[in-house]
Design a protein around this ligand. Sequence first.
Ligand SMILES: [Zn+2]
Length: 335
Amino acid sequence: MPFHPLSVVRFAPIDALNPLLDDALLVVDPQAWFAARTRLAANPRSLVRAESLDEAVLQSIEHAPDAWAGIKRVIGLGGGTAIDTAKYLAWRKSLPLILIPSALTVDAPFTDSAAVRRAGRIHYTGRVFPDAIYVDAALVQTAPAPLNRGGVGDLLSIHTALHDWQLAHERTGEPYDAAIAEQSAALLERLRQHAPDIYAVNETGVRVLTELFCEEVYLCYQAGSSRPEEGSEHHILYTLEHQTGRAYLHGAAVTLCALIAAYLQRNRPDDLRALADACGVEYRALLNEVGAEALLHALVAAREYALEEQLPYTFLMETPLTPQAARGALEWVQS
Ligand SMILES: [Zn+2]
């Protein structure tokens, strides 16, 4: 049986971790640490600030001589960067791992590998399983609401990823599991039912989002790939980040790319946009930040990037995207 991340999730206050801080290396996002400090009585043995997933940065922490004396576990506290840094370090050092997402911005706390950036491109480490994942609603609610709402991006991507998966099956004969695809689509339905809770970032919203992330990750384990939730929308984002050398707020960025991909796939884009809006994802603000030209550039280049990186088959491979088609999709998103 694959590992089910929900089996290690504890919906509990983080003060339960106080006895474990004495011999822990705590990897934090500064803002999350600021919010969590009022809830933790003890100090960690070692405190590391997560700044970047660049492999050179991660290795410098790994090889820091004084950081590791007496350390028996790694605890990651924060958003994606702190979580992935903690996972990387626990993996390299073969130490037990505890994760405390301070906002539900990405599915990273629930997946079994860590993202690492090498020469501007995302790679994944070997498998790393946490002993526990603490989801403390009071802590999560201290993060800005748009961050938590944006977390649904890695669920909205199911909409476009499933389309790509089926297409890949038809075109290349890649194995496709209809039962898994159906369960994955059901997660989107559950998200739709709870969109008001997600928007409100209330306790139910925090719990539902956590459970949906866990279920989605578990479906990926069962499928033996990330097909149930990752396709062209992520590939477009990877292209964009590679081209601009920047990392964007993942949830909002994936949402933006999923909307564009759904439009280009002719795959009920209006339904997806209604759901993104109901959850309050600020993808329009992100589009302003990225700039239409940069996004256009990435859209046209995404096919080439996916081929170069040998990414799984998606609708991007079908025919090269013309600048006109890309522009049409952008106009629709902005409308
Ligand atoms: Zn993602």
